[in-house]
Structures are given as C-alpha cells and as structure tokens.
Write a protein that binds this ligand. Structure first.
Ligand SMILES: [Zn+2]
Length: 347
C-alpha cells in the first residue's frame, strides 16, 4: 500500500510510538473479591466433571490474587438448586446470586411465586438476586408493552430481597452509544458493526434517558432494598450523574464490571469519583472463565501508567482509545478490592 491510498477502518491498527515508563502488575495489592463474574458452562455436566473444572478455575483465579468471586446466575428453581449443589464444596470461594421468573409478571399469584422462589433459593444458599437487562430491554408484558424497571408489579422482588437481606445486582442499560444511531458519529461503531444485536436504538424500546429515570425511581421507591447497579451505575460515561445518584440514594452501590475502557479514558474524573464514593464501589470484571482480564483492572486502579490497552486483545473491542491508571491510595484500594463487598454480606 502506497502513500495516500485508502484503507478500511477495520484494517487500521496504529501502533503507539509513545515511550513512557510502565509499571507491571502481576498481583493486586490486596486480596480481591470479584463481585460480578459468570461461570458460564463450567457448572454444566455431571458432578465429577464440574468438580474438576471448578478446581482448575479456582486455581487460575487464586493465581490472579482473587480470593472470592460472586457468580451472577440468573436462574431459579431446580436449575439454580443444581448449580448451588455443585458449588457447595466451594462456598468459601463462590457466592452465587439467582434470578426470578419475571415472565410470570402478569399472573395473579406472581407476588407469592416470587416470595416462594426467592425463599427457597436463599435456603439453598443463594446470597443475592440478579436481574439482567433482558427485563428492561427485551421482555414485554401481556399487553405487549416493555416493562419499566420501576414497574410496581416488580415490587414483590424488591420487598422479598429486603426481607431476606439479599442484595439485588441489576444490569439495566448498556453503553450510551448502543442507544444512539449506528452511524459515523457512533463512538462504538465498529463494535456495533460486529454485534448488530447490541444496538438498542429503536423507537420500540426505552431510550437511555428513560431507563436512567426509571433507575432513579426504583432506588428512591425501595429504600430498604440494597441495589448494586452493575457497570458503574449504568452510566460510566457520566460519572457526575452516577455520583449524584449515590449521594441521593444510600441503598445504591455500583460495580465496575466491563467498564474499564470507560473509566480509564477519564482518569481525573474517575480518580475523584473513586475517592469520593470509595465505600460504594465494588471491584468486578464480568469475566468468563475463558476471559480473565483482572490484571488490566489492577493496572488501572493501582498505577499511573499512561495510554495502555484496556483489553489484552488491544483497544479496538469497544472504542478506539486507550486508558490511564488512577494510582489509588491503599485504603481506597482495599475497600474497592474486598472490604465493600465483605461489608455487603455482613449487613
Ligand atoms: Zn455480567
């Protein structure tokens, strides 16, 4: 290819020529609780097979300085019971959340069904409730309408969670760019080209701003329920907004899962945010067994490294930018790495 000849955007892979010091991080400064992970298919199959796979997974995580992970399951009933049984030998390492059958929303006995299902889950060892974005972005009620996340019909879930002392981890929205047109102005254009189904830009669906209003009302109307709003409170692009919500709603926590690219491109704002809200942020990666990216998170939280990839596969996966470390102080690191998570389970 000569000078001046065009190339396609996906072919463009600039190599940084920047020369700066870069601290390397093998292990975190403090033991880590990863509050948002998925075991995926690790728990499928017969018990001895699962046991072997889990042992191997635990070993890999321990080598990364992880001492505990929360497995964000969204199954319920016998499927959840099966998973809890398989994980029983590792309760010191795995905490498991479980789901609720929200599709039964319009059934008259939905409140009883919810209470019963959550109580049974809790009896078997479920330690929290996971609500996924399919509720806010996919499901419809019997009238064919999408379900606002603050819909009063969902209240039995929040009430039962409060009663059973189960925190609720909610994935409500996605990156803001997924709600905007997929055009040349989209900062996630290439990602959406690869995953067209991740676009939620449709007049049929709630707009991002509507979801944020629903989220605020949910937190406000259910003060006795502890909500961990995943992915930096749904709005890592606007930490000012998330900070205001944390100030307003003491029942709100955030996890930082899968938002390294967002946090690391705003190091000054992110550092101030972590300093101010140090008691309400949970370390989390959203990692699957085949994709453990913990060291990238440690590098962001602990070092002052500049302009590095947010993923071990480069910086083209989400947006075309690199990130910067925020060099947090030890006392904040320790809270984010494990103390905030531990406190949630002692409450
Ligand atoms: Zn997740």
């Amino acid at each position: 290819m000569g000078n001046g000849e065009g190339i396609y955007l996906h072919e463009y892979m600039p190599r940084s020529e920047l020369v700066v010091e870069r601290a390397s991080i093998e292990e975190p400064k403090f033991p880590v609780v990863d509050f948002h992970t998925h075991l995926g298919s690790l728990t499928e199959g017969d018990e001895s097979e699962v046991k072997e796979r889990l042992a191997c997974h635990v070993e890999r995580l321990r080598a990364l300085g992880v001492e505990h992970v929360v497995n964000q399951e969204r199954r319920w009933g016998s499927e959840l019971a099966d998973i809890l049984k398989k994980l029983a030998p590792w309760t010191d390492f795995f905490t498991t959340f479980g789901g609720v059958d929200v599709a039964q929303l319009d059934e008259p006995d939905f409140p009883d069904m919810v209470e019963d299902s959550m109580k049974r889950g809790a009896d078997l060892g479920m330690r929290g409730v996971k609500i996924w974005k399919n509720v806010s972005l996919e499901m419809k009620d019997k009238n064919g309408r999408h379900i606002p996340i603050d819909d009063p019909r969902l209240t039995p879930i929040w009430d039962t969670a409060a009663e059973l002392n189960l925190p609720v981890l909610m994935h409500i929205a996605d990156p803001v760019a997924f709600f905007r047109p997929v055009d040349r102005f989209s900062e996630r254009f290439e990602e959406l080209q690869r995953h067209p189904d991740w676009s939620f830009c449709s007049p049929e669906l709630f707009e991002f701003e509507e979801l944020m209003e629903q989220q605020a009302r949910l937190l406000e109307k259910n003060p006795d329920t502890v909500f961990i709003i995943a992915h930096m409170g749904s709005y890592a692009e606007n930490l000012g907004f998330v900070g205001e919500c944390l100030d307003r709603y003491p029942n709100m926590y955030v996890d930082m899962a899968a938002r390294l690219a967002e946090l690391g491109r705003q190091p000054y704002t992110a550092r101030r945010f972590f300093e101010k809200h140090q008691d309400r942020i949970l370390f989390a990666t959203d990692c699957f067994p085949a994709w453990l990216e913990h060291r990238k998170y440690y590098e962001f939280l602990e070092t002052w490294n500049e302009y590095f990839d947010y993923s071990s596969s480069g910086s083209q996966g989400q947006g075309r930018w690199k990130i910067y470390g925020i060099g947090l102080d030890d006392n904040i690191l320790e809270k984010v790495y494990n103390r905030n998570a531990r406190k949630l389970f002692q409450a």
